[in-house]
Design a protein around this ligand. Structure first.
Ligand SMILES: Cc1cc2nc3c(=O)[nH]c(=O)nc-3n(C[C@H](O)[C@H](O)[C@H](O)COP(=O)(O)OP(=O)(O)OC[C@H]3O[C@@H](n4cnc5c(N)ncnc54)[C@H](O)[C@@H]3O)c2cc1C
Length: 265
């Protein structure tokens, strides 16, 4: 292991684990907004969303996609489902926004987000638990592909005006860039993979960071993309930066060639 270049600092933040009651809600597709040719934001609405909450920035919910309006909640539960990040919601009027990478491979969720009729019924299960960031990190590193952009947008929203750090977003090319609003001290870099495999350009960017690039103080890091990102992510954070794995997040959000991938939780 490479030596860490800064002395241990007092802890400035913690990840508080919170279990949540698992609720299955019936919703319908209310609106669709294309942000790039390969990325769409959808709004779901329904009285069941009154009271919805998602305290953790990288929370996920399970979305159920029935072919036709289900007869009841048991039938809804049988429909194919995939995991997504709640981006924004209104627990009083009952709406929830999500963002989908429309990846072009086969699948259930991405085609639904791209083409389902407005009014189509879906189900929402969860979140069933949260890791809530408490306190103020001294510095931030967020890195991900399109699937991690909703979580990165939520983390960026927690940053105060004096926050410092980096956000790395891997997208196909300039036409697919996904800007993330962040304070001036947080540099947002859009990495273009062009024809390279998803995640490979992000992995190379992480591999290029050495011990000397570790921000000073108590740094919070979130890294998520195609499953192969996990090894370079851990090698950087745990190996070269010496961070405690219980205080950062590195996750595969999907797996090349595998439908309905479940990230280990
Ligand atoms: C905790 C968590 C949170 C997530 N949040 C989001 C989110 O907010 N937005 C989002 O877009 N995704 C998110 N994902 C990823 C999403 O769950 C997967 O991409 C999911 O597999 C897509 O389902 P699908 O039905 O379209 O494709 P599937 O039926 O699961 O897969 C069909 C094929 O498509 C491929 N594939 C799946 N995803 C991609 C991709 N992104 N690029 C290229 N090929 C792909 C698979 O390898 C497979 O070959 C999240 C995943 C996790 C674990």
């Amino acid at each position: 292991m490479t030596a860490v270049n800064s002395a241990p600092s007092p802890t400035s933040f913690r990840l508080e684990r919170r279990p949540l009651e698992l609720v299955l809600r019936t919703v319908h597709l209310a609106a669709r907004q294309w942000l790039t040719p390969g990325y769409v934001r959808v709004r779901l609405e329904g009285a069941d969303l009154v009271g919805f909450d998602s305290p953790g920035s990288d929370d996920h919910i399970r979305i159920f996609f029935p072919d036709t309006a289900p007869a009841g909640i048991d039938e809804l539960r049988q429909a194919p489902s995939r995991e997504y990040t709640p981006l924004a919601w209104d627990a009083e009027s009952g709406w929830l926004d999500l963002e989908f990478a429309v990846h072009g491979a086969d699948g259930v969720a991405a085609p639904w987000a791209a083409t389902a009729d407005i009014g189509s019924v879906a189900g929402i299960g969860g979140p069933r638990g949260s890791a809530v960031l408490q306190g103020r990190p001294d510095a931030w590193l967020l890195a991900g592909d399109e699937t991690a952009v909703p979580a990165m947008r939520r983390y960026a929203h927690l940053m105060d005006a004096d926050a410092v750090g980096r956000i790395l977003v891997e997208v196909p090319d300039a036409d697919h860039e996904l800007p993330i609003t962040a304070p001036p001290g947080v540099r947002v870099t859009q990495l273009h993979r062009d024809d390279a495999a998803s995640g490979s350009v992000l992995a190379a960017a992480l591999d290029a960071l050495g011990a000397a690039d570790r921000p000073t103080g108590d740094v919070f890091c979130f890294i998520a993309a195609e499953q192969a990102i996990v090894a370079p992510g851990r090698a950087l954070l745990q190996g070269r930066w010496g961070l405690d794995p219980s205080r950062f997040v590195v996750k595969g959000y999907w797996k090349r060639g595998a439908a309905e991938y479940h990230a280990p939780h």
